[in-house]
Design a protein around this ligand. Structure first.
Ligand SMILES: Nc1ncnc2c1ncn2[C@@H]1O[C@H](COP(=O)(O)OP(=O)(O)OP(=O)(O)O)[C@@H](O)[C@H]1O
Length: 275
């Protein structure tokens, strides 16, 4: 167990730390399809929680509910113990939840600094900003450089257009944007799916840097080696709900895949949400 997850597990007798993000009994139906079928979810402070499951298991629907992109029909979501109601992604963002989707949502023709501050631009001080809505580009560039270097993303200039970057670097910009604003939770949906080996490795390092800064990360991934490299715990999703929470130090990759497909049954402790 690493230091951060050790910190999340309170000593015997110590008051339990509220979970960074928690859900109980979430349900989401689309007509006759039940995408989320009574799902529970627990994210501890300072951990990387991998969410895995077969195609159609309902991972994306769960994550969308946690990110405000889908409003569940039933169930409860809490942040640090407080019940929250997300009507849209803006509500979740206002609570510090940032999501990096697979399709990234970066604008290739814009430079890195503008991409980082997309929709949250810094305006110039005084009347130029308040009335004429002029952007404070120097401030945005300076801040953008700081965010990139904090995560050790090696990009020469934030004036560079995103279309000139490699896939891994683009992913780095999207992750930096999430890390710059996601003070509560960062959710990443298949961040390495479209990347090569070296670039995937860089994204895994980024996830570790974010955890090291104390921000918990939810990582949806089909890539078991990545999951086992970076996750503190693994949430196994099956048939629209949480089937188990697994400690990657206690289980092999093939066992976890068997839990995911239903070929193997979880222990009672794993089925109840793990240790
Ligand atoms: N907007 C929607 N309308 C109708 N059905 C939907 C909608 N979104 C998801 N579903 C259905 O809900 C189920 C769960 O889908 P979801 O995308 O959440 O699964 P997933 O585990 O993320 O799958 P994958 O790994 O293939 O992306 C599927 O049967 C899917 O077809």
């Amino acid at each position: 167990m690493n230091e951060t997850s050790a910190a999340a597990a309170p000593a015997v007798g110590a008051p339990a730390q509220p979970l960074a993000l928690q859900a109980r009994g979430l349900v989401k139906r689309y007509g006759s399809v039940t995408a989320i079928n009574g799902a529970d979810f627990d994210l501890r402070s300072g951990e990387v929680l991998a969410v895995i499951g077969d195609n159609g298991a309902g991972k994306s629907s769960l994550i969308k509910a946690l990110a405000g992109a889908v409003v569940p029909d039933e169930g409860e979501i809490r942040m640090k113990g407080e019940v929250v109601h997300f009507r849209n992604t803006g509500d979740a963002r206002a609570h510090g939840i940032e999501t990096v989707y697979q399709d990234l949502a970066v604008i290739p023709a814009l430079d890195i600094a503008s991409n980082l501050y997309l929709g949250r631009e810094i305006r110039r001080k005084g009347i130029m900003g308040s009335l004429f809505r002029r952007l404070d580009m120097p401030a945005m560039r300076e801040e953008a450089s700081k965010h990139l270097s904090e995560l050790k993303i090696g990009i020469k200039s934030v004036n560079q257009a995103v279309e000139t970057l490699s896939g891994g670097q683009r992913q780095g910009v999207a992750v930096s944007r999430a890390a710059a604003f996601g003070k509560g939770v960062i959710i990443m949906d298949e961040p390495t799916a479209a990347l090569g080996v070296r670039e995937s490795g860089q994204v895994i390092e980024l996830i570790k840097s974010i955890r090291d800064r104390g921000i918990p990360v939810v990582l949806i991934s089909h890539d078991m080696p990545h999951v086992f490299e970076v996750a503190d715990r693994i949430h196994v999703h099956r048939l629209g709900r949480r089937a188990a929470v697994v400690d990657p130090k206690q289980r092999s990759m093939s066992e976890v895949v068997a839990l995911m497909t239903g070929a193997e049954r979880p222990t009672d402790l794993e089925a109840a949400g793990g240790a």
